[in-house]
Design a protein. Structure first.
Length: 292
């Protein structure tokens, strides 16, 4: 029943309504102050407004989107709740996968300004690493550029780890950074990811953090970061950002339009996620989402 009550509260807040309730049986509502939709769990959700909404069609469409995100919640008549928070995570990741594919981005992910959490990502999840790992990689990438090492050279690194570290230090990169890059490439390969994707994510996040020094609501203009990478980011819900990282040429106009189109659904899914406490690791922070 808790999941159903949470769904009703989310619906009420999202649609700006006076109340929301679940109904089983009886006739379909006809009052113009009510907007309703059938839920796959065998009941209908009825949203109550103080006045008849001027845009009932839009309200209904938004209600349907929300119910799809909580498709497994039931009315509690059999004492079993089918929906789990992990299914919301999967839906969020699926939306990000679809967006990345639509604009041919290397990655799409959601971060916030208050915690080290990657709330959702296209491709494989590495939530235990979170923003800390991506930020560390962006710093190492910057040092590699300063040493005259082309980022895309790092993508094609191959051979014995010790030999690769020697090659990188021989070109002026400090030993710690060289070791980090080699191990990160090995980690990506073992996890079924690609180093190229990680480099694009690191570059995009570094660009976002530079803009966020003026506050998380600061606009991030779509742009190419250099001849290899690009970023499109849209802020939402005060402290969050939807980020697209590119590893080649892209259309900023097309990417930003697609991000704006996908943002309402992504925002609702992020707001539906619970606060998460990461596994015990030295120096890690609690994953807490600030209030809206």
């Amino acid at each position: 029943m808790n999941s159903l009550l949470r769904l009703l509260d989310l619906v009420r807040q999202d649609l700006g309504a006076a109340d929301a309730r679940a109904e089983i049986g009886g006739g379909e509502p006809t009052d113009p102050k009510l907007v309703w939709a059938a839920h796959p769990g065998g009941f209908r959700v009825v949203v109550v407004f103080n006045e008849a909404p001027a845009d009932p069609g839009d309200k209904h469409r938004r209600l349907v989107e929300l119910l799809e995100s909580f498709a497994g919640v039931n009315a509690g008549v059999d004492g079993v709740e089918l929906r789990s928070d992990s299914s919301i995570e999967r839906r969020l990741d699926a939306e990000l996968d679809a967006l990345a594919a639509r604009v041919e981005a290397a990655c799409a992910f959601v971060v916030d300004a208050e915690s080290p959490v990657i709330w959702g990502t296209s491709g494989r999840r590495h939530l235990d690493d979170g923003v800390d790992m991506v930020t560390r990689l962006s710093g190492v990438l910057r040092r590699a550029k300063q040493a005259g090492i082309n980022p895309f050279e790092l993508v094609s690194l191959a051979g014995d780890a010790a030999e690769l570290e020697l090659r990188l230090t021989g070109r002026g990169l400090d030993p710690w950074s060289a070791r980090f890059l080699v191990r990160e490439q090995e980690r990506c390969s073992g996890a079924g990811s690609t180093f190229r994707r990680e480099l694009a994510a690191a570059s995009a996040l570094a660009s976002l953090r530079e803009v966020w020094t003026d506050g998380p609501s600061s606009p991030v203009e779509p742009r190419s970061l250099d001849e290899h990478f690009g970023v499109v980011a849209r802020s939402f819900a005060a402290s969050y950002a939807l980020v697209l990282g590119f590893d080649g040429t892209f259309s900023p106009l097309h990417a930003e339009a697609a991000a704006l189109h996908a943002l309402p659904v992504i925002e609702r899914l992020v707001m539906a996620l619970p606060p998460i406490e990461p596994p015990d690791k030295p120096g890690k922070l609690l994953r807490l989402r600030p209030p809206r």
